[in-house]
Unconditional design. Structure first.
Length: 573
């Protein structure tokens, strides 16, 4: 008989047991019912071979574009201020160019199968060949699902192709592929902008804006404001159109997990608005999970930071109220850790197993590194320590206001172990930052899945701000090396974060825990404003914001919130 033989698409466990799988993402219902961890699914990869096609020799190597050509394309996409930064990003990439031949001319650009092959190569490089889905890495689930949609719109298809071409072009130093990705990105941005202005957004429009956020952070972070504008634009479109669109698992995953995780990493809950606080706190699916509780924990840093920002130093009643709230928040964090984190999933790592040439050794500065049972366990631990590293400086600040030299006897490691340092040798915030740094070699050694390195951004930012406050130069420079590694492995925005925190180091004062509190989002915004002002003063011009299509999308999406009426809620149900 002819035809393609049938292959099961079920999870690995169900295929081994030869039972029918419901193919639920990220874990199938059968594995959940049996109480075992679902190993995930084997994804189909499409690879194309054309043995009869002959190409010219000159088409076998990447054709670099001139600096003027690249500046022209970047000018159209990201504005005049970002052009020089865009050129620097491309010039700083050092890996060898792609050796895969491509047909001459521009006909290859319109071949869908070639784009599918590039997309498959992108997935394999970023997520590995066979890596199980994870409830904590919702981006992996989304990007696989976007690629497998049966009827994708042209805008979504361009966005996926743009992300693949930009990432592979950057990592392989292929300027032509990178330039083609910029063109696709520009076309997708224009399409989304038209949909927003015409108020014709559909599910594919939301999927595309989600891709724009990661595309900016991975490939085109010439200006933080474009990245932040894409994030705000996606949230505004979701706010306006989510109730009017048919519900599906992808939209629910974006609303309930992906955008909340984005907001948590960008702010750690610090200085969030009342609307953002409600968004992080409320769980629309009605489920109480470790992740939903985590979002609610970080959301509480919003009211706490607002309370600290308006606390008067000389008012003992305000100080006592703020200190009590911070201590209560710390107890909630420790309770979350005791309930949801497996105690025996973190181990001390021997020097020979932990050292990596990608990062300097942690032994001398922080202690021996850690290893974990899985990437999910590593994430849970670094979320816990980031939360503690956020609240502990506030506690120390309030205690120092009340008593010049307080003595801390808190047992932070009650569920696991005790701190290795004697009391008085290290302050508690520095100890927490050291623990975060001891986790980083575990991510750095994972070269099979480059996306794992991007998870370092959250703990690195939490640690580096503590080292800046304490004036720990060696530990600060170690964290800068960690940011360079993340940028080298694809998260290009970290290259600009090095400038942000180098500037913070140069402008630090003798107060280790300054008030008002600032989040990563605040640091990004202040840095861009300062850089823009300095550039304007140097050229004797008035400050002017760069014209960015991403910011135009955000403005158009935000304006819809005043025109689109809110759906009425039927209270009789």
């Amino acid at each position: 008989m002819g035809g393609t033989p049938w292959h099961s698409k079920g999870c690995i466990a169900c295929r081994k047991r030869k039972v029918k799988c419901d193919e639920q993402e990220p874990e199938c219902a059968r594995c959940i019912k049996r109480g075992v961890k679902c190993p995930g699914y084997i994804r189909t990869r499409i690879y194309i071979h054309h043995p009869s096609v002959k190409y010219r020799d000159e088409a076998r190597t990447a054709i670099p574009i001139s600096q003027s050509q690249f500046q022209s394309s970047a000018q159209q996409l990201c504005g005049p201020l970002a052009c020089s930064q865009a050129v620097n990003v491309v010039q700083q990439t050092t890996p060898a160019p792609l050796t895969q031949p491509s047909p001459s001319g521009s006909t290859w650009q319109s071949r869908p199968m070639v784009r599918e092959q590039i997309f498959s190569s992108f997935l394999s490089l970023l997520f590995g060949q066979t890596h199980p889905m994870s409830a904590l890495n919702i981006w992996q689930y989304l990007i696989f699902s976007f690629g497998q949609l049966p009827r994708r719109s042209g805008t979504l298809d361009r966005a996926l192709s743009a992300m693949s071409c930009l990432y592979l072009g950057k990592m392989n130093n292929d300027d032509r592929l990178f330039h083609y990705g910029l063109n696709l990105y520009g076309a997708a941005v224009q399409n989304v902008k038209s949909s927003v202005l015409r108020n014709t957004c559909d599910a594919d429009t939301i999927y595309t804006t989600v891709i724009f956020q990661d595309l900016e952070s991975y490939c085109c972070s010439f200006d933080f404001r474009t990245f932040l504008a894409h994030t705000q634009g996606t949230s505004a479109i979701l706010h306006c159109h989510r109730d009017s669109l048919p519900r599906n698992p992808l939209l629910d995953a974006i609303y309930n997990q992906h955008q909340k995780m984005r907001l948590m990493i960008a702010t750690a809950g610090v200085n969030i608005t009342e609307e953002e606080h409600q968004y992080l706190t409320n769980s629309t699916d009605g489920l109480s999970t470790a992740v939903s509780k985590l979002f609610a924990l970080f959301a509480e840093f919003g009211p706490l930071s607002a309370m600290l920002n308006r606390t008067e130093i000389d008012d003992p009643e305000q100080r006592a109220k703020a200190l009590g709230a911070c201590l209560m928040q710390e107890e909630k964090i420790r309770a979350w850790y005791a309930q949801y984190v497996t105690p025996n999933s973190m181990f001390n790592c021997e020097a020979k197993d932990c050292n990596t040439d990608k990062l300097p050794s942690t032994e001398r500065l922080f202690g021996s590194g850690y290893r974990f049972s899985s990437l999910d366990d590593a994430r849970m631990h670094h979320y816990y320590f980031v939360a503690l590293a956020t609240v502990q400086p506030w506690i120390q600040r309030l205690q120092r206001w009340a008593q010049p030299q307080p003595t801390a006897t808190m047992d932070l490691w009650a569920p696991v172990t005790t701190p290795p340092h004697s009391e008085g040798q290290h302050e508690i915030p520095e100890f927490l930052a050291d623990e975060l740094c001891r986790m980083m070699p575990y991510y750095a050694k994972n070269t099979d899945q480059l996306s794992a390195t991007g998870m370092l951004l959250f703990p690195v930012v939490a640690a580096i701000k503590i080292y800046i406050g304490l004036g720990q130069w060696e530990k600060f420079t170690w964290c800068l090396n960690a940011l360079r590694l993340i940028g080298y492995r694809g998260l290009t925005m970290c290259n600009r974060l090095i400038d942000v925190y180098s500037n913070c180091w140069n402008n630090r004062n003798i107060d280790p825990w300054p008030i008002p509190c600032r989040s990563l989002r605040d640091d990004m915004t202040l840095f861009e404003r300062s850089a823009e002002s300095q550039n304007a003063c140097a050229s004797n011009e008035t400050p002017r914001s760069p014209v960015s299509e991403g910011r135009n999308i955000a403005k158009a999406a935000q304006s819809l919130r005043t025109v689109v009426p809110e759906r009425s809620v039927n209270t009789s149900e």
